[in-house]
Design a binder for this molecule. Structure first.
Ligand code: AMP
Length: 504
């Protein structure tokens, strides 16, 4: 049987007339259109010289056509390589040079800047704009719809996604057809997804969340999704009347909570709110539940592994945890130094194994060996623990761990205490070089604007709540925390900004 993700998707279609993707201009394509249009696109790709195993690099705005391109790339047996639309020409040149795609698809506005890089990598360049128009679309329109989907094994590559690379060089995670299909199916089951579902799709499609979690789960369920070019509060409120699912990063939920429109009535038609890609504050979870009656379902995953854990659909969705391992995925916590499995409840390195875990880093065998064990466990880089009910708690990235005076401090514990102080909107705790302590616990706080919140007041409020060595040595105030497009706080930028704080 063909393990090509498109073939499995096509075989699962039960109603070809059912809507698959809708856009805000009212355009709608159904599953029959999806098959036909991916067929045309697949023929176009072949005529542009794309062969099985070739990479197809894409830096294009979100459009239905870009999704068609993703599926068509799978159909021809090639490897889809989406690039963040925020990357500069120089950054894109690095990825093209590293991945050596045979085809590079970009927005017409970028074409001139990237011609040299594409030529150097011997990649043919075609265009696709935000409206789904360009030389690629023209080639697809002229091509026939019939296409025999290329035979793939479950271990063959379907996608190459570069990690965000906040430390060091960005690495290309090699994802197989088996990785993507298995994860889509286990999320479908876990989240009780059906062909009745209508997803509000407001995420970018160059990242695992919007591309695989949102798109694959929807299409593998025969459900439909409404494409928003970006997060747009007014549109989301309009759509909640007829949609059933929203998938978002925590900032979506924080922003929606700031709107008076959010209440039980405006969310009455919705069945599921999913959050992931960055930690959702327990407080956001509680406030959301109080305002709407819905418990946000938090899940945990990453580029290299797809999704690993999820709070349960029927059981208790515990605020501040990322839930239980997904079916087919094992999660263990190990000693970061020795790799030995720790006892239940102890904090250590989260490792995961399962059909969802990637094949390795593109052309980086040493990195692959360092992070992917021979027994199949991937060392995630996230620190956490598993509680007595089996729920996974993430305490932070390994690289964010602070070692002060020889003691380990987990930033999340300190942030949770600071966030409870009246007048604090949110906080980020980082370690900054210090001559006595090695690293000094340092808090960066966003105030709500209530008067009287001073550095001394925050430090005083933590007295008695946290051991002395965990208390911040300094508290810095900012108007907002730096975040990347997926809502993750960029602690590396804060560490750079305050690097000299204790050396003055
Ligand atoms: P990315 O590869 O860009 O998807 O980033 C993956 C990283 O995001 C993980 O290794 C975690 O550090 C973080 N992450 C994803 N989901 C969650 C979550 N629900 N809670 C906390 N951190 C998360």
């Amino acid at each position: 049987m063909n393990a090509n993700l498109f073939d499995i998707l096509a075989r699962s279609i039960t109603d070809a007339e059912a809507p698959a993707i809708e856009t805000l201009d009212g355009a709608r394509i159904n599953y029959a259109d999806l098959v036909a249009r991916t067929g045309r696109m697949a023929n176009a790709l072949v005529s542009l010289g794309v062969k099985p195993d070739d990479r197809v690099a894409v830096q294009a705005e979100k459009s239905v056509e870009a999704i068609i391109l993703y599926l068509a790339t799978a159909r021809v047996g090639a490897v889809f390589l989406p690039l963040n639309t925020g990357y500069t020409a120089a950054e894109v040149a690095y990825f093209i040079n590293d991945a050596e795609p045979s085809l590079f698809v970009c927005d017409p506005s970028r074409a001139a800047d990237l011609t040299v890089a594409a030529e150097k990598a011997q990649a043919r360049m075609v265009t696709l704009d935000a409206k789904g128009k360009g030389s690629l679309t023209d080639a697809a329109a002229a091509a026939p719809a019939g296409f025999d989907t290329v035979l793939r094994d479950k271990d063959d590559l379907a996608a190459l996604l570069y990690t965000s690379g906040t430390t060091g060089r960005s690495k290309g995670a090699m994802l197989t057809h088996g990785n993507l299909v298995s994860n889509a199916l286990s999320l479908r089951e876990t989240w009780h997804y059906t062909d009745k579902d209508v997803l509000i799709h407001a995420l970018p499609i160059f990242h695992t969340h919007g591309l695989f979690v949102a798109t694959n789960v929807t299409l593998f369920s025969g459900a439909s999704m409404i494409f928003l070019p970006k997060f747009d509060i007014d549109r989301i409120f309009e759509l909640m009347g007829r949609a059933t699912v929203l998938m978002g990063v925590p900032t979506f939920y924080v922003r929606l909570l700031e709107d008076d429109m959010l209440n039980v009535e405006t969310t009455a038609n919705m069945r599921l709110f999913v959050s992931g890609s960055a930690p959702l504050l327990a407080e956001t979870h509680r406030e959301w539940r109080a305002r709407t009656g819905h418990a946000i379902l938090e899940r945990y995953g990453m580029t290299e592994t797809n999704m690993n854990t999820s709070n349960p659909y029927d059981g208790e969705r515990v605020a501040g945890t990322v839930g239980l391992p997904l079916p087919g995925t094992e999660v263990i916590v190990t000693d970061p130094e020795t790799g030995a499995e720790l006892l239940q409840g102890e904090i250590g390195m989260i490792e995961v194994r399962g059909a969802n875990v990637f094949k390795g880093y593109w052309r980086m065998p040493e990195k692959t060996d360092a992070e992917l064990r021979a027994n199949g466990f991937f060392i995630t880089g996230d620190l956490g623990r598993i509680d007595d009910k089996g729920y996974v708690h993430i305490v932070g990235r390994g690289k964010d761990l602070i070692i002060t005076g020889g003691y380990n401090v987990y930033p999340k514990e300190i942030e949770a205490e600071i966030d409870e102080i009246p007048g604090v909107l949110e906080s980020a705790v980082i370690g900054i070089a210090h001559k006595d302590f090695g690293e000094a616990v340092t808090a960066v706080v966003v105030p709500t604007g209530t008067p009287g919140l001073t550095e001394a007041a925050i430090i005083a409020a933590l007295e008695g709540h946290l051991a002395r060595f965990k208390q911040p040595k300094r508290v810095m105030f900012v108007t907002q925390l730096p975040r990347n497009t997926m809502g993750k706080v960029q602690k590396n930028l804060l560490r750079e900004q305050y690097a000299e704080l204790y050396h003055k």
